[in-house]
Design a protein around this ligand. Structure first.
Ligand SMILES: [Zn+2]
Length: 406
């Protein structure tokens, strides 16, 4: 890193608050690339009393609103600080209704999806999927056709990485020196994770608890790497932290509105670099032959299956509401997930563990709500213009909604 960020007391107080919350709830900070002395000081201070932190967070919120920063920076930080205040309340054991928790942490309102929507997508899938048996069995049979041996996984992921990276470089201003390392891991609650390390570098961990499927690789690399999480963080580190000297941009939080924007970028990342059907054509031409896999479906049916599966992907939202609002037992929620997906029972159980983790219990909503905002913006302003802004400006869901209705 070359540029020295301007010293800024409010920005520093924000970063220190994040580091203090991290002492109570490890994992709160998704990435940190600020001064190492601040991190060391927070670790030395350990768990400061929660009422002391709540008082400091109130002062921070007041300082942000009194600052003479430009409106976008100020709006972003005020929303992020409000989320921190909610995290502190939750850590102190306050009882916060689940919907209010999601609103305060992520700046979105969680709404249950009508099961009729899933039934419709399920009927459509049943008409498209080969074979017979339940929807779950048929989805799993289709998925199985794309399963590859673990020892081939890394090399094929690298191939997907190079393609998504080249396309991203051609469209967006990635820092000249940036890098993504891929690593296979086991025994994790998620399928893949991008660990942003600062200095325009990321480590993407790919969980191999479940078999690896070649048809998901390009979408996954687009989501985690190019032009998804890695790209966003690398561009923002350069544009906000290094060039503008906005010190608060050196920390990324898990329970905050910025996640909705990040997941909106990530879930539409493949769409940003491929035209419709282009990714599947590329996989059929380049990736499947290397993997020794053949697609038996027409391109048209594959795309229809993808769209219907995307609708069914939202059963996770309802599952979170079943757990946290209705208080349904695990087995009921597992059956619900299996009815509308090709998950195995173990995968459904893993999803539930993820949704019960205090750090991730309401995270599931960030994906679909972020995705919907991006899709609506694409339709209005075009995907390239939307991506350029989302990759380089501090945005919140409220900010995206205001942009949409501007
Ligand atoms: Zn993601």
């Amino acid at each position: 890193m070359t540029a020295t960020p301007n010293s800024d007391a409010v920005g520093q107080a924000y970063v220190e608050m994040a580091l203090a919350i991290e002492q109570h709830q490890p994992g709160t900070i998704d990435a940190y690339f600020g001064p190492s002395s601040w991190k060391a000081a927070a670790e030395a201070a350990g768990k400061r009393p929660l009422d002391e932190l709540a008082a400091r967070a109130r002062e921070l919120a007041a300082a942000v609103s009194a600052s003479d920063w430009e409106p976008q920076r100020k709006h972003f930080l005020s929303k992020q600080v409000a989320a921190m205040q909610t995290s502190l309340r939750l850590l102190a054991g306050a009882s916060v209704p689940f919907a209010a928790e999601v609103e305060a942490l992520y700046d979105i309102t969680p709404v249950r999806v009508d099961d009729a929507v899933f039934e419709e997508a399920k009927r459509e899938l049943e008409g498209l999927l080969p074979g017979d048996g339940s929807l779950n069995e048929r989805l799993r049979a289709l998925r199985k056709r794309f399963e590859i041996p673990l020892e081939r996984a890394l090399e094929l992921f690298e191939c997907a990485k190079e393609e998504t990276r080249a396309r991203t470089r051609a469209l967006f201003a990635l820092p000249a020196e940036e890098d993504v390392e891929l690593r296979l891991v086991k025994d994790k609650p998620w399928g893949a994770y991008n660990w942003y390390r600062g200095g325009h570098r990321s480590l993407i961990e790919l969980n191999t608890d479940s078999p690896v499927h070649v048809n998901g690789m390009v979408g996954l690399l687009a989501h985690e790497g190019y032009p998804g999480h890695h790209t966003e963080h690398a561009i923002k580190e350069q544009a906000l932290y290094e060039q503008r000297g906005w010190i608060e941009a050196c920390v990324l939080l898990i329970n905050a509105p910025e996640c909705v924007v990040s997941e909106g970028i990530a879930t539409s990342a493949a769409e940003a670099i491929f035209e419709e059907g282009e990714m599947e054509q590329w996989m059929r031409a380049e990736l499947y032959p290397r993997a020794g896999v053949q697609d038996i479906l027409s391109l048209e049916d594959t795309l229809k299956i993808q769209r219907a599966s995307q609708v069914l992907g939202r059963v996770g939202n309802n599952a979170a509401l079943m757990i946290h609002v209705d208080g349904q037992p695990d087995d009921v929620v597992i059956e619900y997930l299996l009815r509308y997906s090709g998950r195995t029972r173990e995968e459904a159980a893993r999803n539930i563990r993820f949704m019960k983790d205090p750090l991730f219990r309401s995270y599931i909503f960030t994906y679909s709500y972020g995705h919907d905002l991006m899709k609506a913006l694409f339709a209005k302003y075009g995907k390239r213009a939307v991506f350029e802004r989302a990759l380089s400006e501090p945005l919140t869901p409220s900010g995206l909604r205001a942009w949409l209705s501007a």
